[in-house]
Design a protein around this ligand. Structure first.
Ligand code: ATP
Length: 529
């Protein structure tokens, strides 16, 4: 799209004020043209004609695709805290994940998304943070352990230990988590754990480790009491005043919280119904026949107007879509389009080199990531050893049962040979099916965390798999050895060291193979889905 010569003149470090029709002004700060660097200038994120489609299930036929975001255009500038609001199912989370380059598998994003005039790409994982709606952590770790692991995994490998420690302390203080630094995140055996608000603040602290220049927050206040919600939005507000661009989906903020947002983006069935300051939003709705009563919560009012009333479904949908149409031709939309066009103009006409800091980010070494993942898993398992202990007790009990059943039945007769076959069958089947099924129960527990961290580029599938396999080795050896040690002598199998050692080794190999098959079946199921 072409820009008129009066609108934009590309001059180094100049500021351009575009007077909008309704009197509000928009700051069009042109960045230095020497290099592309959101870390120096703050991030201006714009999107134009953005559509997001989702294929329900694994059916990727064109007819199955559902359009969730419908030709959305918008922009957020540095130092802005923007609330993304709309009725449930309006497409808020979908828009946020598309803009953050974190769209879920099975969705297709079509349209322009640019940050400082450059098309977004995997580098978004380095310069942005995403606070998810649901907090997922390695539960048995303490707050400080979690942040330390994340600092080692996510920060540049050249960051010194002292720098990481200072960063963690600063974040603990900033997030108000100093008092619970040694508290476990969640625990089945410890009663002193983090509250919902503290977990949310820990999720923020985790994302702030990498000093993101854009922060996406998906419903950060959901499930929190009003005081905790206020604290969270206050933290976001002060972060924004330091230059971070923050987009935050939110449901029913109080009037006080709503007033803290610089901008609001209202969505109705994937379309933009309004974008601008909260005051402008109320003025726009009032100008189009929707006056917010004085005593009413403005956020509730705006969402209410855009929601579908089940009693008048068609009429309320038409009314919401009509507002979207009116906004598309409003002065606020024109003001937004000026900024979007400027960024698109930069994308088309310039090719600045990447900020070397972003380009030369050095991930921790492969083996270091493996070590950290192993350490984290072992630490977490050791904190709550209930499951491994139960498995070992179960193994001992079954070994005793097998021993009691076959004791005294081994002899060089027809019946004796059949008894040996039976004992070997029990040994093999007990060390095949049980570990295979238990791994099918174990892996799904950690899968959501794995998926999230893998998509953020923290580690690869191979590293996760190998680290888990290594962390399981002690149990995978102890279990079969205990089983054979007890049942072998009780049953009265051949009493030579060689025969005993061979049985132990073979049983251990069988158990490990069965466990690997369980993991393989599980990964196949995941890939199918
Ligand atoms: N992968 C998908 N496949 C099919 N439909 C999807 C998919 N993802 C989202 N949707 C649908 O798209 C619509 C928008 O979803 P989204 O989660 O973005 O809404 P939302 O505004 O964030 O809702 P809420 O406020 O309830 O979280 C919903 O109707 C949802 O069912």
């Amino acid at each position: 799209m072409e820009l008129s010569s009066e609108t934009v003149t590309c001059v180094d470090n100049s500021d351009l004020q575009a007077e909008s029709v309704n009197g509000s002004s928009m700051n069009l700060s042109l960045r230095s043209y020497k290099k592309w660097s959101p870390t120096e200038h703050g991030a201006t994120l714009v999107w134009r004609d953005l559509c997001v489609y989702a294929a329900p299930g694994s059916h990727f036929a064109i007819s199955n695709f559902k359009r969730i975001i419908n030709n959305s255009t918008g922009a957020i500038q540095p130092g802005t805290l923007m609330a993304v609001m709309g009725a449930s199912g309006a497409g808020k989370s979908t828009l946020l994940s598309a803009l953050a380059y974190r769209q879920p598998i099975g969705t297709v994003v079509h349209g322009d998304i640019l940050i400082n005039g450059r098309r977004i790409g995997p580098f978004m994982h380095k310069i942005s943070g995403f606070v998810h709606q649901e907090d997922i952590f390695m539960d048995n770790l303490t707050v400080v352990e979690h942040l330390t692991f994340m600092a080692h995994l996510r920060l540049d490998r050249r960051t010194t230990k002292q720098e990481k420690l200072t960063k963690i302390n600063d974040l603990l203080e900033q997030a108000g988590l100093l008092a619970c630094a040694s508290t476990r995140i969640r625990s089945a055996i410890d009663s002193k754990v983090l509250s919902g608000g503290e977990r949310k603040r820990l999720a923020f602290a985790t994302e702030l480790l990498t000093n993101p220049i854009v922060l996406f927050c998906d419903e950060p206040t959901t499930g929190l009491d009003s005081y905790s919600a206020q604290q969270i939005i206050q933290t976001l507000h002060s972060l924004a005043t330091k230059g971070t661009s923050i987009m935050c989906t939110i449901h029913q903020p109080s009037s006080q919280l709503f007033a803290m947002f610089h901008n609001v983006l209202l969505l109705a069935e994937g379309r933009v119904a309004f974008m601008g300051s909260p005051e402008q939003a109320l003025a726009f709705f009032a100008a189009n026949g929707h006056h917010c009563p004085e005593t009413y919560n403005p956020a509730d009012f705006l969402i209410g107007v855009l929601s579908t009333d089940p009693a008048q479904e068609k009429a309320s949908r038409i009314a919401a879509q009509h507002l979207c149409d009116l906004f598309a031709v409003s002065s606020a939309a024109k003001e937004r389009d000026t900024l979007v066009n400027l960024e698109l103009h930069m994308a088309e006409t310039s090719n600045f080199p990447f900020d070397s800091e972003i380009l030369h980010f050095e991930k921790p070494a492969w083996m270091m990531i493996l070590y950290l993942l192993c350490h984290r898993t072992v630490l977490s398992v050791n904190r709550d050893p209930t499951l491994p202990v139960m498995r070992i007790l179960q193994k001992i009990a079954i070994a005793f049962l097998a021993g009691v059943c076959f004791a005294g039945s081994i002899s060089l007769t027809q019946n004796g040979v059949q008894a040996v076959q039976g004992a070997l069958f029990i040994t093999i089947s007990e060390n095949t099916f049980h570990p295979m099924y238990s791994i099918l129960a174990y892996f799904p527990q950690g899968f959501p965390l794995f998926l999230r961290e893998k998509r953020s580029g923290i580690y690869s599938t191979a590293q996760y798999y190998i680290a888990n396999a290594i962390a399981m080795i002690p149990t995978l050896i102890l279990e079969p050895v205990l089983f054979v040690l007890i049942s072998y002598w009780m049953i009265g199998l051949r009493p030579t060291f060689y025969a005993f050692a061979m049985t132990t080794v073979l049983t251990t190999l069988v158990l490990n193979t069965a466990t690997a098959c369980g993991k393989y079946n599980y990964s196949n199921n995941i890939n199918d889905n």
